[in-house]
Design a protein around this ligand. Sequence first.
Ligand code: NAG
Ligand code: NAG
Length: 228
Amino acid sequence: MAPHSFPAFALLLPAVLVLVAFAAISARASVATIMPSPAPAVEGSGFLHACCANTTNASTCYDSLLPHAGSFHGNRVLVARAAANLAFTRLRSFREGLRRLPPGATGGGRIVDRALQLCVSSAEVSLLREGDALAVIQRLETAAGRGRREQAESDLNTANLYVGGIGPCVTSCVDDVESIGDAGRAALASPVGKKVLAWVANVRLHGDIALDLVVQSEPEYVVQSEPE
Ligand SMILES: *[C@@H]1O[C@H](CO)[C@@H](O)[C@H](O)[C@H]1NC(C)=O
Ligand SMILES: *[C@@H]1O[C@H](CO)[C@@H](O)[C@H](O)[C@H]1NC(C)=O
């Protein structure tokens, strides 16, 4: 009997382990179904939530950066950089959208078309700063580790200037069209004009959020800087 009982037990043991594991999994599953989870367990989402809390629009900030939440590692400079990247991307879409409008799309005549072309040009000027803006924000991260305070302050000023220029760039575009007078206002009230205004609001929103995050990333390196 004994030689037969051992193999029987050996066969039974994995089955018991599987059953135990299964019981544990189903216990977890039933707990999960009874208790609705408050938020998706995305890595870094709590930190992102805290970073976004004090921005122009906390929910847009959080939702738009959530796909990158796992890459921030508790570093506000990295959040600011991702937000700046996103804001410049929105500005690029704005420029592309305006470029694709056929002449007379707003029904506002040549003077409105010319104003919209100027918006494309000023978006281009702003976009020329994208590389430098992202580079200085990136450098703020390394400056933090090395404690180079002056370099960090100069980089922060540059980042403020370049990222802070995104919103005003598109807002001044609307102001210029409006300043044409009745024709400008009528153009903005047209279906195409409303689309342009929606693009402007979107770029402005992401530009403002990015600027807030750049400003709020300051303690990240100031605290770590060498005393003077
Ligand atoms: C939010 O911003 C205000 C004003 O800028 C500041 O006084 C406050 O400390 C900030 N709070 C957090 C949690 O960063
Ligand atoms: C934040 O932005 C979204 C999208 O534009 C908007 O629907 C919402 O009302 C805004 N929230 C606040 C508090 O401004």
